[in-house]
Write a protein that binds this ligand. Structure first.
Ligand code: FAD
Length: 413
């Protein structure tokens, strides 16, 4: 071809490519000065205050209430809430940065942070009215109250339509009955429930969302769930609603709107869970790389052995691929506007298993030392498994991706 009118001209292609390229010097992982500063601030906070307590709280299965309040002081609990409402007014990239950094040290704290700031705060903010915001927002942004979200039930999590909890209108209240399982931040300790929750319940054929707080009659802690494989510094509980009287003004949006609320929030939830996976993988990579340079066997550092190089090399490549995927999706995600379901499902599907595999290789590289607590990789390995289950199982992501692709078979552009 000689640049004829039928063919695409090389010069046109070059020009098109240049137009599509990000400006030179663009950093996908901290695209603005604000994002870079956020990463630096959270990283310093993590080094000074999170890392020293992480292993102990995990071992003791204890939520660090004071440290959680510090997240509020740093403005992290309302990271996606506009400044007019007391939040940090930041975007999805910022949310990803905060989750990656915290989880690289303490996945349990990362999970509690996610349940509070994403599952509760972000969802509540986008679907609440002025009165509801005035009543609850300050308490949850400061960290005075610990919040969470109650969707899963003892009989099922993936199948939302099988939900059994009900809410029936009676005068100025809804009477809420049901049990919610696996609620992150559901309790603060063995005896006290968390402070406020978004609770999904059936109102007739459809599902509605309620804001339920600990002052409401008929709301109690069923049990603190102990002995989790990992994420033990994040409290998980079963909550019980027994003729719980929820004022009608605590209905979020209109009756039957829960699916809209879930859809609006789910993309950011999945993306930040994927960011947690990045944190776990990055820390494990860091640990195995350092250890393999120091540990010697047969007269040389073990990073001279091809099989160890394979563990490190593959981990780095997979982590890098996952990181690019997550930050690219974050860059394109608009908080107010759903439309990235396929991409966020893919980000979580890929990074959850990637993190588990990288953590597994880290243990292998550290040998016996990897299998005990001192180097943290076994704690991160146990934590990584949750990301294949919570916030959507791997099978659910596979199903969603296939459904979305089948509706749009020409998605490759
Ligand atoms: C530590 C922890 C914290 C959590 N935090 C919260 C929280 O804060 N709030 C909350 O609401 N929930 C929370 N969860 C619950 C979590 O989201 C659920 O465990 C998850 O959605 C799966 O639900 P399930 O456990 O009932 O499994 P099930 O839905 O019973 O699934 C069991 C298995 O069947 C598979 N399966 C189900 N349906 C299909 C299908 N159609 N096709 C193929 N396979 C299928 C699943 O993928 C899985 O492998 C948490 C869970 C844990 C462990």
């Amino acid at each position: 071809m000689n640049g004829s009118s039928q063919g695409i001209r090389q010069a046109d292609l070059q020009e098109m490519t240049m137009q599509q390229q990000a400006p030179s010097g663009y950093d996908l992982f901290q695209p603005t000065e604000e994002a870079a500063l956020l990463r630096q601030t959270v990283r310093q906070f993590v080094e000074r205050e999170v890392e020293p307590q992480a292993a102990r709280h995990e071992r003791e299965e204890r939520f660090n209430r004071e440290l959680f309040r510090r997240l509020g002081e740093l403005g992290l609990l309302g990271i996606t809430v506009p400044e007019d409402w007391g939040g940090a007014g930041m975007d999805a990239v910022a949310a990803v940065i905060a989750h990656e950094e915290i989880t690289a040290s303490d996945p349990g704290l990362g999970l509690s942070y996610l349940a509070h700031s994403m599952l509760f705060v972000n969802n509540f903010f986008h679907n609440s009215n002025q009165t509801q915001r005035e009543k609850y927002l300050e308490k949850v942004l400061s960290g005075e109250w610990v919040a969470g979200m109650c969707m899963s039930e003892p009989e099922g999590g993936t199948d939302i339509q099988a939900m059994r909890s009900t809410a029936v209108k009676s005068g100025g209240n809804y009477i809420l009955n049901g049990r919610k399982m696996w609620v992150t931040n559901g309790c603060l300790d063995d005896h006290n429930p968390g402070d406020v929750f978004l609770v999904y319940a059936r109102t007739g054929a459809k599902i509605s969302t309620f804001v339920v707080d600990r002052t409401m009659e008929g709301f109690s802690l069923g049990q603190k769930i102990r002995d989790k494989a990992g994420m033990r510094s994040s409290p998980t509980a079963e909550l019980v609603f027994s003729d719980c009287r929820v004022p009608a003004e605590n209905l979020l949006g209109a009756e039957g709107e829960s699916l809209i609320h879930m859809m609006r929030n789910l993309e950011l939830e999945r993306l930040t869970l994927a960011a947690m996976a990045l944190g776990i993988a990055r820390r494990c990579l860091d640990e195995m790389n350092r250890y393999a340079g120091q540990r010697t066997a047969f007269g040389q550092p073990i990073n001279q052995f091809g099989q160890i190089q394979r563990h490190i090399g593959e981990s780095y490549a997979e982590f890098s691929a996952g990181r690019c995927l997550v930050y690219d999706v974050a860059r394109r995600l608009r908080l107010e506007q759903p439309g990235m379901r396929l991409e966020t499902d893919a980000a979580k599907l890929y990074t959850a298993t990637m993190a588990k595999n990288v953590a597994d290789r880290a243990i292998q590289v550290l040998g016996g030392y990897g299998y005990v607590g001192e180097y943290s990789v076994e704690r991160l390995w146990r934590a990584a498994k949750l990301l294949e289950i919570g916030g959507g199982t791997m099978e659910a992501h596979q199903k969603n991706i296939t459904r979305d692709l089948s509706r749009n078979p020409r998605f490759f552009r």
